[in-house]
Design a protein around this ligand. Structure first.
Ligand SMILES: NC(=O)C1=CN([C@@H]2O[C@H](COP(=O)(O)OP(=O)(O)OC[C@H]3O[C@@H](n4cnc5c(N)ncnc54)[C@H](OP(=O)(O)O)[C@@H]3O)[C@@H](O)[C@H]2O)C=CC1
Ligand SMILES: O=C1OC[C@@H](O)[C@H](O)[C@H]1O
Length: 373
């Protein structure tokens, strides 16, 4: 059977678009994938900056002349050769950009956090339904082979049920020395830790607890959030949040910071503590390459004693953003409007958590930034 060729339009020429395009351009056969092909057909930059789009194509797509450089996003949405739009603009633009793409009848893969709040996401999902298009948040961690292996390991029951999940994602953004207009500092762009980094500790809680079979996708019964703001612009520099899953009898203890180095190498970025063992996931938690599992014994005197340990390594061609792209292609081929792995319900849960954490932490976006409230 001939592979389906999914034709992508790329919205913006920023950092993450560069990474995504590089992964899209890896020949899937070199990754042992033969049912899908990805083709970038158009790249858009705002404000008439067609030269910026051309430069992007030169730099990240080997100057491929078949790719159309566009000086507006609208030109990309209107391109009849484009099947699906990838949105890589700052968070607070995701709603408008996604809506424009949906209204043009395009499928959408939108970067995380999918919107500024839950109300925007609900409106987008209604629009996607009305226009009959596929919509997914680009929660790439959910599709990586390591994540799939951990979900299988938990479901196998070998470790018993998960009881506490700790996860942190931090990055030192050098806040004192970047412009206040940088997307990580600017409140009009949804700056701060929770919206930018928070999706990753949260995805570990969702994969290990929310998705754990006996939780039956029951949302957290309680959410707490605590925020330390930077005086520079008032966005959250550090955020800690917890989620209680009462049905499961489990808790997630999560955090994110914009002014601390990420724990790298051997340091665990996420720890999943189960009744009969521990899984330690190596940082960075958005694309971990290894995890260590420690299994407690069940024999006499072996409770809380490690009887087996194993480290699992994961390596593949590319940065790891292509796994989510493959999922988009397969869903579209099968006429599905959402992914079974990272569907609308999980993005809605994510945005509800962030709304609550920002509310408890006193971080309100400036008036008008949230397009739907
Ligand atoms: N999945 C992942 O691993 C990552 C995801 N992200 C997500 O991707 C999104 C973009 O992040 P990133 O690529 O780092 O950001 P960048 O600042 O590098 O790029 C954003 C691009 O958006 C366009 N843009 C449109 N309007 C604005 C505006 N008002 N201010 C600034 N830029 C604007 C610009 O492109 P142009 O002028 O060409 O239109 C700009 O280059 C964020 O939502 C972030 O959360 C970010 C990093 C990693
Ligand atoms: O998605 C992301 O992952 C890596 C981080 O460094 C980045 O700020 C964030 O947007």
């Amino acid at each position: 059977m001939a592979p389906i060729v999914l034709r992508w339009g790329i919205i913006s020429t920023g950092g993450i678009c560069a990474d995504f395009v590089k992964d899209l351009r890896i020949d899937p056969k070199t990754r042992n994938v033969d049912d899908i092909e990805h083709k970038v057909v158009a790249v858009g930059s705002r404000n008439g900056a067609v030269d910026k789009a051309k430069e992007f194509i030169k730099k990240y797509a080997d100057g491929d002349e078949s790719i159309k450089a566009c000086g507006t996003y609208e030109e990309v949405y209107a391109n009849s050769d484009v099947d699906v739009i990838y949105i890589g603009t700052p968070h607070t633009l995701h709603y408008d950009n996604s809506l424009d793409a949906i209204k043009a009848g395009k499928h959408v893969l939108c970067e995380k956090p999918v919107t500024s709040n839950a109300a925007e996401l609900k409106a987008l999902l209604a629009a996607a339904k009305e226009h009959g298009v596929f919509f997914m948040e680009a929660m790439w961690t959910r599709f990586q082979p390591l994540s799939l292996a951990i979900i299988d390991l938990l479901a196998s029951g070998e470790l018993g049920k998960p009881v506490v999940v700790h996860a942190d994602l931090s990055g030192d953004f050098d806040l004192e020395n970047i412009p206040k207009t940088h997307r990580i500092l600017d409140p009009t762009l949804g700056g701060g830790a929770i919206l930018d980094l928070g999706p990753y500790p949260l995805v570990w809680a969702i994969m290990s607890l929310y998705e754990y079979p006996t939780n039956e996708n029951t949302p957290p019964s309680k959410i707490t959030g605590s925020i330390v703001k930077t005086p520079l612009t008032g966005v959250d520099a550090n955020t800690a949040f917890t989620l209680n899953f009462n049905k499961l009898g489990a808790q997630a203890v999560l955090s994110c910071s914009t002014n601390l180095s990420m724990l790298e190498g051997d340091n665990p970025g996420a720890v999943i503590r189960c009744e009969r063992g521990i899984i330690r996931v190596a940082a960075p938690i958005y694309v971990p390459k290894s995890f260590k599992v420690s299994v407690f014994g069940t024999g006499p005197g072996e409770r809380n004693k490690i009887v087996r340990e194993e480290e699992k390594m994961f390596d593949y061609i590319g940065r790891g953003m292509h796994f989510q792209a493959d999922e988009v292609a397969r869903c579209i081929r099968e006429g599905r409007k959402e992914s079974a792995l990272w569907g609308h319900e999980k993005s809605l849960l994510e945005m509800a958590v962030f709304d609550e954490v920002r509310k408890q932490g006193g971080y309100a976006l400036p008036p008008g930034v949230e397009r739907v409230v």
